[in-house]
Design a protein around this ligand. Structure first.
Ligand SMILES: NC(=O)c1ccc[n+]([C@@H]2O[C@H](COP(=O)([O-])OP(=O)(O)OC[C@H]3O[C@@H](n4cnc5c(N)ncnc54)[C@H](O)[C@@H]3O)[C@@H](O)[C@H]2O)c1
Length: 345
C-alpha cells in the first residue's frame, strides 16, 4: 500500500507517517510539505531516519499538479496539510484559505486521477462559536465549568466558526462533492486538541506544549479572555491514540467510509488552563509569571469536550493515554529538541 501524506512534516502528519510505516505491512509513505512551519524541518529529519521521502512543494500553488510527477499509484491520501492557526486566519486569510482549502482541491484532483481514497484531518473548529459559548452563559467567568456537555457530530456549524473553521468545513464539503462525482471514498475526522511527543506548539495551536515550554524556560504567559481566570476547558488526545485510530480506519475503509467523526480526548482528558499550570509546575519544577489578560478574542471558545460515541460505535476505539502521560511525553520531546527550539519558539 502506498500512502501520500500532504503536510507530512507537520506534527500530526509526521507522526502518522512514521506510525503507519512501522505498523502496516508492506506500506510505503511519501510526504508532501513545503516546510512553511518553522518546526517542520525537525520532523523532516525524523522522516528521513525512517526512510520516508518528503517532496518540498507548495500544495496551494496553481502549478503544483504539473510540478508533481507522481508515477506510483496512490492508494490513500491522508490530508494533514494546513495552516492550523485560528488567530492567523484573521490577519492572513489569504494564506489560510490557500493552504487549507486550495490545497484540498489540488489533492482531490490527485485522488480523482489516481483513484485514491482520502482521510481528512478536520477540526472541532467547524462548530458554532456562539452556540458553544452560550452553553455556559449563566455561569460567571470566575467559576469552574461543569464537564457534562459533550459535542457530537450533530452540533451546529452555524457561523461564526472563524475563517480557519470556514476553510476546514469548506474542505469537508469539497471532499463530499468529489466523492459524489467520482466515487472517492473518504473519512473525515473532526479532531479536538491533539498533543504528545513531537509537538512544538503555538498559543492557539498546540497550547499544551506551548504552556510546558514557557514553564520550562520561565517565560511569562497569559490567562487570556473570559475574565482572565483560566477556567476555559479543552480536551486533549494523544497523537499515538489518533495514529492507532487512523490505522483502524484504513483497515476498514472499504466497509466504513463516507463518514464524519468527532475524535478527541473527551471528559477524562479535559483540562482547564489553571489545571494545566499546576501540571506544568509539577512536571518542570518551575513557576512562571501568569498575567490576566481580559481581552477575549472573538474566535476563542470557553469550552470544548468531544463526544466520541460515534467513532467508538464504528471502531470500538477508545482513548488510551491519559493527560498525565501526554504531558510527560510532550515535555520530553521539548527537552530533547530544546537546542533547536530556543532559536525559533
Ligand atoms: N494539532 C491539533 O491539535 C489539531 C487539531 C484539530 C485538527 N488539526 C488538523 O490537523 C492537521 C495537521 O495539524 P498539525 O498540528 O500537524 O499542524 P502543523 O502546522 O504541525 O502541520 C501542517 C504542515 O502542513 C505544511 N503546509 C502548510 N501549508 C502548506 C502548503 N501550502 N503546501 C505544503 N505544505 C504545507 C506545513 O509546513 C506543516 O508541516 C491540520 O489540517 C489541522 O487543521 C490539528
Amino acid at each position: 500500500m502506498h500512502i501520500l501524506i500532504p503536510g507530512g512534516c507537520g506534527f500530526i502528519g509526521s507522526s502518522i507517517a512514521i506510525y503507519l510505516k512501522q505498523n502496516i505491512k508492506n506500506c510505503t509513505v511519501t510526504s508532501i510539505d513545503n516546510l512553511s512551519r518553522n518546526t517542520s524541518y525537525l520532523n523532516q529529519k525524523r522522516l528521513k531516519k525512517h526512510k520516508i521521502k518528503n517532496i518540498n512543494l507548495n500544495l496551494s500553488s496553481s502549478d503544483c499538479l504539473t510540478k508533481l510527477n507522481l508515477k506510483k499509484k496512490i492508494d490513500l491520501i491522508i490530508d494533514c496539510c494546513a495552516e492550523p492557526s485560528v488567530e492567523l486566519s484573521k490577519t492572513r486569510p489569504n494564506l489560510v484559505f490557500n493552504s487549507n482549502l486550495k490545497s484540498t482541491l489540488n489533492l482531490l484532483e490527485i485522488a480523482k486521477k489516481k483513484k485514491s481514497k482520502i482521510i481528512y484531518l478536520s477540526t472541532s473548529r467547524v462548530y458554532s462559536i456562539r452556540q458553544i459559548n452560550s452553553l455556559f452563559k449563566k455561569i460567571n467567568f470566575n467559576k469552574k465549568l461543569p464537564r457534562k456537555v459533550k459535542i457530537n457530530e450533530n452540533f451546529s456549524v452555524e457561523s461564526p466558526i472563524s475563517l480557519y473553521g470556514f476553510t476546514k468545513l469548506s474542505s469537508e464539503i469539497l471532499i463530499k462533492e468529489y466523492s459524489f462525482l467520482y466515487g472517492i471514498k473518504y473519512i473525515i475526522n473532526r479532531c479536538g486538541v491533539i498533543s504528545g511527543y513531537g509537538q512544538f506548539g503555538k498559543q492557539d495551536q498546540g497550547f499544551l506544549s506551548m504552556w510546558l515550554w514557557r514553564h520550562l524556560n520561565k517565560i511569562k504567559i497569559d490567562y487570556q479572555g473570559f475574565g482572565g481566570f483560566g477556567h476555559q476547558i479543552r480536551d486533549v488526545l494523544d497523537i499515538k491514540d489518533l495514529c492507532y485510530l487512523i490505522k483502524e480506519q484504513i483497515s476498514k475503509i472499504n466497509k466504513i467510509n463516507n463518514q464524519t467523526f468527532n475524535v478527541g480526548g473527551s471528559t477524562n482528558n479535559s483540562i482547564s488552563l489553571v489545571e494545566l499550570t499546576n501540571y506544568s509546575i509539577f512536571a518542570t519544577s518551575n513557576k512562571t509569571k501568569i498575567k490576566k489578560n481580559l481581552k477575549t478574542s472573538n474566535y476563542d471558545l470557553r469550552y470544548y469536550i468531544t463526544d466520541n460515541k460515534k467513532v467508538y460505535s464504528k471502531y470500538k476505539w477508545r482513548v488510551k493515554k491519559g493527560i498525565n502521560l501526554i504531558i510527560k511525553e510532550t515535555l520530553q520531546s521539548l527537552i530533547e529538541n530544546k537546542k533547536y527550539l530556543y532559536k525559533i519558539l
